[in-house]
Design a protein around this ligand. Structure first.
Ligand code: NDP
Length: 335
């Protein structure tokens, strides 16, 4: 059934079904590809697709009762498309099921570098990687030595933005929703400082403590009260990249809106929203830059892997209660 617009998703919004797949084959005359799904990606945007509302044009909603689609990594079992053959490993849009017939194989990329953990193609080498890499380097236009703040900083996107900023020579602070995550930010990802926003009564004071001279770049993954507090702390000619607003994906929380927008004018700040798919044509640039970082250990990537398709609903729901520590992946099969 449809999910009401006024609450977070619940496990009971999902149904796990068993069906016989013995006769699964790519229809003759199509250019489809039959795949065995290995890893599925839990991404916050999927909640927007579950709502029974007319959303912005960039999204088309799921139909209730149908198999959920999303990013994943899969192995090709049979192909009627000239770009793919049996045995190829691919990443891209697939289904939340053990086997899928992908009818739009143009949404798949062939995985050429298999020395990297395959699940990374749902994260650092997948959609979140494109988001972090181009969102930071293109939208934020960073310069060495600048003061950078990242929210939801341990997440799939946030942990990468912080590490890209450190590689560029910036001063980086992250916020996250638990002490465990704060420790990860400081000890594993090399952030200069971090705080647990759930334990701060006054976000403006927390930001002033971390950034006595103000913020040049804010990479916003959450919107809401944090964005409002950041607006009070921006430096002249700062940049705010609106990547996501997870606080706003639930209409009940919308009254927490932003009231300090005049600061954009006072400080001549540029605030810009962006959508990852505009940067997919430059995917090879991500591989070129980030593969060496991974191989040389210059970037670390933390994942939260749930085992088995049945664990998908609870893994997905956990994104909205700070439960995931790192990129949330669901492992369906390992080869
Ligand atoms: P994460 O892995 O960061 O998971 C979501 C995290 O958001 C949670 O772990 C939690 O971490 C935090 N969170 C959840 N609810 C709240 C809340 N009410 N207030 C504050 N924080 C909250 O997700 P991703 O890295 O995949 O995505 C991060 C953001 O980027 C999302 O908003 C997403 O929609 C957006 N996005 C946008 C794209 C684009 O094209 N513009 C593409 C990809 C992602 P914590 O412990 O910090 O609370």
């Amino acid at each position: 059934d449809h999910i009401e617009f006024t609450r977070h998703p619940k496990q009971s919004d999902f149904v796990v079904r068993t069906e016989n797949t013995i006769h699964l084959e790519v229809p003759k005359g199509s250019n489809g590809v039959l795949v065995k799904n290995l890893y599925l990606s839990c991404d916050p945007y999927m909640y927007i697709l579950m709502k029974d509302i007319k959303g912005p044009d960039i999204f088309s909603s799921y139909s209730p009762g149908s198999v959920i689609t999303g990013y994943g990594v899969a192995k090709v079992l049979d192909s009627r498309h000239s770009n793919f053959k049996k045995g190829d490993l691919v990443c891209g849009i697939t289904g939340w099921e053990e086997y899928s017939i992908v009818t739009k194989p143009e949404d798949l990329f062939k995985i050429d570098h298999t020395d990297i953990p395959l699940s990374y193609y749902t994260g650092i080498l997948g959609m979140p990687g494109v988001t972090a890499y181009f969102g930071f380097h293109e939208v934020c236009a960073p310069k060495k030595g600048e003061y950078v703040f990242v929210s939801a900083a341990v997440g799939a996107v946030g942990q990468l933005v912080g590490q890209f900023a450190k590689l560029m020579g910036c001063y980086v602070v992250g916020s996250a929703g638990s002490q465990e995550k704060v420790e990860l930010l400081k000890n594993n990802f090399g952030f200069d400082a971090a705080f647990n926003y759930k334990e701060e009564h006054d976000l403006d004071a927390a930001l002033k403590r971390c950034f006595p001279e103000g913020i040049d770049i804010y990479f916003d993954n959450v919107g809401g009260k944090m964005l409002d507090a950041v607006l009070l702390n921006m430096r002249n000619h700062g940049r705010i990249a609106l990547c996501g607003m997870i606080t706003q994906y639930n209409v009940l929380e919308r009254p927490e809106g932003v009231t300090n927008l005049m600061n954009l004018l006072y400080k001549r700040v540029r605030m810009e929203g962006f959508a990852t798919f505009d940067y997919y044509p430059f995917y090879s640039k991500l591989l070129e830059s980030v593969l060496p970082y991974i191989r040389e250990g210059k970037i670390v990537y933390v994942e939260d892997v749930a085992e088995g398709l049945e664990s998908g609903p609870s893994a997905f729901v956990g994104l909205f209660s700070s439960r995931n520590v790192g990129k949330q992946v669901v492992a369906i099969a390992h080869d």
